[in-house]
Ligand binder design. Sequence first.
Ligand SMILES: Nc1ncnc2c1ncn2[C@@H]1O[C@H](COP(=O)(O)OP(=O)(O)O)[C@@H](O)[C@H]1O
Ligand SMILES: [Mg+2]
Length: 359
Amino acid sequence: MTNIAQKIQKSLVESFVFTNEIARILSLGFVGKRNIIVFGPGGHGKSAMVQKVIEDLGMAEETFFQFFGEGMDESRLFGGLNFKKLEEEKVLEYYPEKSFLNSRVAVFEELFDAPASVLLALKDVLTAKELRNGSQRFKMKTEVIICLTNKEPSEISDLGPATHALIERFPLQLNLKWKDYSAKSYLQMFEKVAHQFDGPVLNGFKAVLAEILAKATEEGNFVSPRTAVHAFQVCQTAAQIRGATQVEKQDLTDLRFLPGLEGLAETIQKDLNVAMERAEAEAKLVEAEEKLRRLTGELREASAPIKALQVAKKLMAFQDETAKLKVTDGLKDRRKAIRDSVGEKIAEAQARALENTRI
Ligand SMILES: Nc1ncnc2c1ncn2[C@@H]1O[C@H](COP(=O)(O)OP(=O)(O)O)[C@@H](O)[C@H]1O
Ligand SMILES: [Mg+2]
């Protein structure tokens, strides 16, 4: 892998989860000098990831960040109007050396919110690779443009031939979203970002919070990764207000102030209890799965019959434990898998103990 691709990957993995695709497309863009569109729902780290990669590549100085929007116009795109020239010579010129045209890298935020005239002007410049404005000429130094937007390129493409042509100047496109918004995914993010925030620690409540957010999303109140991070920090602040160093159950009630979680106030106690039960059950299951792996390993190693017999005994004790293991509904399949597997392993251990005694 080239140095750049490696650096990009490392930079993203350090602070974010689910970064394979974005790392890949940024590598293709930077190494191949091709323009990129990263699109998708807000709050998925588009801006934060691109910003960090640029800093870690040491390219901050050479990067131009441009926010587009309804108020954007051509003169701003090209560095502003030269009023002096306009007044004195009555010619319309820009300051391209103060625009993205003078930077090796450009990041365009919400490009497609800009008026059509701006998109058209941009398309012309990207095509000519030069600003051509009457007698004013300025060669474009930009090697890669990264466009971040919550609009789908296919939708924008339908707006007209000019926008369609502009989008074609961005050959690399990625729809950035998570493959699912399960408790596991939110938890993975919390494990990754927890150390970035000072303040009270969440410990076991990371899993509880993840359960609550997954449930909200499942019920149609989508909780974006950004909101999830806010939720994490609200819990920390609630604990801080109490003067505590650890987040506890009562701190989660303030989640009701987050969009999509308002309803939590009424059902909070019930929801919290369910979430905590699930998180606890999940932790116990993980423990049991781990123990099964360990005992299976021991059985594999047991060459003498006496050893096989010993493992059989341990497995039987473990079978009693799994018989008593309580789990919530969604986790029953995993418990069944453990139980089935323990049964098989006991039979195997006993068979080996006997087989060897006969020899
Ligand atoms: N995959 C992720 N891993 C870790 N944190 C994330 C992730 N996605 C989003 N975040 C959090 O959400 C915040 C906001 O993301 P942001 O860059 O504003 O999203 P976007 O530009 O897609 O709207 C980030 O600063 C980060 O704290
Ligand atoms: Mg953004």
